[in-house]
Ligand binder design. Structure first.
Ligand code: SAM
Length: 199
């Protein structure tokens, strides 16, 4: 199994209990550089793999080749800054691994992302639509709607904004959790619902 472990925005105290548990349990922890190493070294001694600019594709391909094989029998964690699902080396690594072996199992341990943490630093509350981007693409490729208690209405709105694929996450980690790709969105859902629209 391959674990993608989020290490949070840079404060070792903002690493989750679940991340610590997984980092201690796996056969090997790999980190993409010295900063990530400094965040985990009080928990476990990691292997540092640098992804230098200009050589990062080559390093990713080599590591993918190794992990596509090893992760079938071993548990390996790739631990990176913030949350591994956002703008991360982990994405490229998983894509390369799946090209070699699509059956490798992965599990994600989310981390505190830098782009939510920044608001604690600048002490600004957010109660307005917000865009997170690297400015690399012209089009918005993903829209996240909180308080999405009327998914059908929400999806119609998102379609007008060019979104074509929809996901519902209701009561995550709670009783009655429902995580689905939705073709026919329900009219009403629980207060704890997020709808994700993707292009
Ligand atoms: C490759 S992305 C990784 C994002 C990460 N996966 C996350 O969830 O925050 C790296 C970018 O995240 C932002 N970032 C990550 N940690 C940061 C920090 N401690 N302070 C400021 N920006 C940070 C910077 O914009 C940086 O260029």
């Amino acid at each position: 199994m391959l674990f993608g472990v989020g290490l949070g925005p840079g404060d070792p105290k903002l690493i989750t209990l679940k991340a610590v548990e997984v980092l201690k349990a796996v056969d090997e922890v790999i980190v993409p550089g010295k900063l990530a190493e400094s965040l985990v070294k009080h928990i476990v001694k990691p292997r540092v793999v640098e992804f230098p600019m200009g050589r990062s594709k080559e390093v990713t391909a080599k590591l993918a080749e190794e992990l596509a094989d090893r992760c079938v029998k071993e548990d390996i964690a790739f631990a990176c800054l913030g949350d591994p699902m956002f703008y991360s080396t982990f994405q490229h690594l998983v894509e390369e691994i799946f090209k070699i072996n699509p059956n490798v199992e992965i599990e994600i341990i989310p981390g505190v992302p830098s782009f939510t943490t920044v608001f604690s630093k600048i002490k600004k509350f957010i109660d307005i639509p917000m865009l997170v981007t690297t400015l690399k693409d012209d089009d918005i490729g993903c829209i996240v709607v909180l308080k999405a208690t009327k998914p059908k209405e929400t999806c119609e709105f998102l379609k007008k904004m060019g979104m074509r694929e929809f996901y519902l996450a209701e009561r995550m980690f709670m009783d009655g959790e429902r995580i689905e790709k939705i073709d026919e969105p329900p009219e009403r859902t629980d207060y704890f619902t997020i709808v994700v629209g993707m292009r």
